[in-house]
Design a protein around this ligand. Structure first.
Ligand SMILES: Cc1cc2nc3c(=O)[nH]c(=O)nc-3n(C[C@H](O)[C@H](O)[C@H](O)COP(=O)(O)OP(=O)(O)OC[C@H]3O[C@@H](n4cnc5c(N)ncnc54)[C@H](O)[C@@H]3O)c2cc1C
Length: 292
């Protein structure tokens, strides 16, 4: 199918883009989600504001505090950045699971957040890390914490006229590791269930904190604090050798997925448990001195 007619704007500066958006319409970034929706006529905006010509929005800024990803930084650029991976390895770990390389060449990290698909990897990453989105409109700027940004399926907390100019992913603290695990029907498909995990160890290599964020189990990314069941799995074991089965069982009890033609709710719940165990174990290995 072809999209319904729309007015097309191609601003060259951020101010022009915000002025265009103030008149209404939707942002076009990589187009990897919006164009299919337009073609299927599931979206019919009066105007598209194509931000691809706006100078400076593709910046990827890496500092000791974290990684700031501009609205036009493509998935592939962020995935390839060794500097970004050194400061926040979860980005690369998760991006490897996003669609296929051709889609990652065009799709943007910020577009994925703004699309707010509960089956997408990056919203879970932002939620797990307590990151934020920087939004701008003709009226000014504001910062939206990850916990407030995802309000429902395909519903980001962006107001009409607002452009998400960047997303910020905080750096990983010392002795902390991350990992990402998911199950898909075919490589590159959206996940039946996915888990992003983070484990922090103390100086004795005992688990100090453990958290995981889930995709495809709820309308928005679900974040679970797994420190208590992780502590149970550590009792009586040597440092660095935690048993993650209690944390996996805890997570499986707390997720509440829907079933669909691809997978039943019980299977998804089972996957959430299994993937929790795997992701936490890998995150803990990565947290060890010399871990990646
Ligand atoms: C075959 C296929 C498989 C895919 N598989 C996956 C997958 O496994 N995991 C996954 O996460 N994604 C997947 N995607 C989606 C892909 O990752 C997109 O890149 C991503 O969802 C959106 O990024 P985009 O830049 O293309 O956004 P667009 O398609 O341009 O926009 C998406 C939405 O976000 C809004 N938007 C975009 N940028 C901004 C901004 N800066 N400010 C405000 N609003 C904005 C748009 O208005 C639109 O509503 C897949 C896509 C395809 C075609």
């Amino acid at each position: 199918m072809k999209p319904p007619p729309f007015d097309y704007r191609a601003p060259r500066t951020l101010d022009e883009a915000l002025a265009d958006l103030a008149e209404g319409g939707k942002v076009l970034a990589g187009g990897q989600s919006l164009i299919p929706l337009l073609n299927m006529r599931l979206a019919a905006p009066d105007r598209l504001v194509d931000i691809n010509g706006v100078a400076g929005l593709d910046a990827l800024e890496v500092t000791a505090a974290g990684v700031r990803v501009g609205a036009l930084a493509r998935h592939a650029a962020v995935e390839r950045s060794d500097e970004a991976a050194a400061v926040q390895p979860l980005l690369r770990q998760a991006l490897r699971h996003v669609a296929h390389p051709v889609i990652r060449n065009r799709g943007t990290v910020v577009g994925s957040l703004a699309h707010a698909d509960p089956a997408a990897e990056l919203p879970a990453v932002l939620a797990l890390l307590d990151g934020h989105v920087e939004a701008a409109s003709a009226a000014g700027r504001r910062t939206i914490a990850a916990a407030d940004f995802f309000t429902g399926p395909l519903e980001p907390a962006l107001e009409p006229g607002e452009l998400a100019v960047a997303a910020f992913f905080p750096a990983l603290p010392p002795q902390t590791g991350t990992a990402f695990a998911e199950v898909t029907r075919r490589h590159g498909d959206y996940a039946l269930v996915g888990v992003a995990a983070m484990v922090a160890l103390d100086d004795d290599l005992r688990v100090r904190a453990a958290r995981a964020a889930y995709l495809s189990v709820a309308d928005t990314p679900l974040v679970l604090d797994l420190a208590e069941p992780a502590a149970q799995g550590q009792a009586g074991r040597p440092p660095g050798a935690a048993d993650w089965s209690a944390a996996a069982a805890y997570a499986a009890e707390r997720v509440d997925p829907d079933g669909d033609i691809h997978a039943g709710a019980d299977y998804r719940r089972h996957l959430a448990g299994v993937l929790t165990g795997r992701a936490l174990a890998e995150a803990a290995r990565n947290a060890l001195p010399g871990g990646s």
